[in-house]
Design a protein around this ligand. Structure first.
Ligand code: FAD
Length: 471
């Protein structure tokens, strides 16, 4: 380790690594300090259950990584990254034993939606065609959009509550349920303003980009980013929890891939009282309760088409999903929680021994909830896949406090780096976005725009700003 660097990055999540790469690409020296024994934050894999079973500790499905203008410009393929595209992006099983599929093509999806086919096509065909331009505005910080007409058209729909948008746009309860499940990725009640944005963006990415997995597991994406960073001269140090900024080597710029609560701790008295107070008011969102399973065989879905998608949403109807999200937001655990499930080994045989499988699922729970949600999650899987419990070899539970223990950014189990309420959707964590009150100190985590998801754009924009201002 050198005595000084041009820039130091605290935290090696996708945003921390993106920030380090931008700095290294500019010819500056950079080192990343990571608290954990493995790099990657929300993009890591490990044998959580049994030897030979590779589980993604957090994220698994990467439309935003494929759609990230920054990641797309990096030679990650040359550094070992390969994407796997499942046949369909998403399956949403229903109680009548059928499932609706979010297919790669708008046309194929619309054709299966009966009375809503025309409405679906009308909403999603133009947005999908415009993704290349729209995506740049959506995955950027708040600024005058490059394509104002398209963006305004998108924004008018996107700002609505998802329940209202689904009920006004679609007549069939199946289509409404499909949209509600995608919008619930927002981790907002579906009655909240802005929740439609998540449903629209993620549905469009399914058509424009697919919802791919990283071959070999999430860690391969982190490994590729680190391998490229090292090829530029960047360094990564593990097992280095940063408690105070003063512990770091001398540097002109510090980029923190942490959330406001940790910044208060590590930057402490160096921050102005006004900025300190603003960070103190930052609001965290719902938590997640995650389970990883090693399975003896694939999940026995009643609707067999569920095996065509890596991602499966278990929540039945719009009303049920809305009730689940409302409950978690208000501090209760729903009896029938909306469950987001990923079955990677169906598409990637390297994840488990031959014939065996890995699976993960989580539901939203109140922030920092200590209730065991595992029974309720498994009951939801059994509902659409009777006999599921007989396939389980080992289960590994990650309640909110365990998620936070493994990654301090997951405050109370909040996987989004802070609630994406209207006030915090664009201007997060404060109106200063990446800058702090201390010269040379920047935030670059998902607590800055464009927010949660594996895209690296928070790190990219923070590092661009630091380069402009400090070098
Ligand atoms: C269960 C789960 C499932 C998810 N699924 C998906 C998905 O399928 N697709 C998707 O796009 N997104 C998903 N996400 C969200 C995604 O993982 C995050 O939005 C993304 O990882 C945020 O990146 P980041 O770099 O801001 O922070 P993180 O990835 O959280 O990384 C922060 C890093 O900083 C380190 N750190 C924190 N404090 C310190 C300190 N003081 N000193 C040193 N190091 C420190 C942490 O250890 C960590 O490595 C999921 C998240 C979770 C938890």
């Amino acid at each position: 380790m050198a005595d000084s660097y041009d820039a130091v990055v605290v935290g090696s999540g996708p945003n921390g690594l993106a920030a380090a790469i931008v700095i290294a690409q500019a010819g500056k020296s950079v080192a990343v300090f990571e608290a954990n024994e493995s790099a990657g934050g929300g993009v890591r894999s490990a044998e959580l259950t049994l030897p030979g079973y590779v589980h993604d500790l957090c994220s698994s499905v990467y439309p935003l990584a494929v759609g990230s203008p920054f990641f797309a410009a990096l030679p990650l393929g040359e550094h070992g990254l390969e994407w796997i595209q499942p046949g369909a992006a998403l399956a949403h099983p229903l109680d009548d034993g059928t499932a609706i599929l979010l297919e790669r093509s708008v046309e194929a999806t619309a054709n299966a939606l009966g009375v809503d086919g025309v409405a679906y096509r009308k909403i999603f065909a133009p947005l999908t065609a415009q993704w290349n331009e729209l995506g740049k505005d959506i995955l950027g910080p708040p600024r005058w959009p490059r394509h104002p007409v398209n963006f305004a058209r998108f924004g008018l729909q996107a700002m609505q509550p998802a329940r209202r948008f689904a009920e006004r746009s679609f007549r069939d309860s199946r289509t409404r349920a499909l949209f509600a499940g995608v919008a619930a990725h927002s981790m907002l009640p579906l009655e909240s303003w802005g929740s439609t944005a998540f449903g629209l963006v993620l549905t469009v990415t399914a058509h424009a980009l697919g919802w791919p997995l990283a071959s070999g597991g999430a860690q391969k994406l982190t490994d590729a980013l680190i391998s490229y960073l090292r090829s530029l001269g960047g360094e990564v140090f593990l097992n280095q929890p940063v408690r105070r900024l003063e512990e770091l080597p001398a540097c002109r710029v510090t980029l923190c891939d942490v959330t406001p609560r940790q910044l208060l701790r590590i930057a402490g008295p160096g921050l102005s009282p006004v900025y300190w107070n603003r960070l103190k008011q930052y609001r965290y969102g719902m938590g997640a309760f995650k389970i990883d399973w090693a399975l003896a065989r694939p999940v026995p879905w009643t609707a067999q088409e569920c095996s065509r998608a890596a991602t499966v949403h278990l929540g039945g109807t719009l009303d049920e999903i809305a009730a689940s999200e409302r409950a978690a937001w208000r501090g209760y655990q729903a009896r029938k929680p909306f469950v987001l499930l990923v079955q990677p080994s169906l598409f990637d045989s390297s994840r488990a021994p031959q014939g065996k499988h890995t699976l993960w699922a989580y539901c939203h729970v109140p922030n920092n909830s200590h209730l065991d949600a595992s029974e309720r999650i498994e009951a939801q899987i059994e509902r659409f896949a009777p006999g599921f419990r007989d396939t389980v070899l080992v289960r590994h539970l990650s309640p909110p406090h365990e998620l936070e223990r493994r990654n301090a950014n997951l405050v109370g189990g909040d996987i989004g780096g802070g609630a994406p309420t209207l006030g915090q959707l664009f201007f997060r964590p404060t109106r200063q976005l990446y800058s702090t009150s201390k010269k040379g100190l920047y935030l670059c985590s998902s607590s800055t725009p464009p927010g949660a998801g594996v895209h690296g754009m928070c790190g990219y924009f923070a590092a661009q700003k630091a380069l402009r201002e400090m070098f």
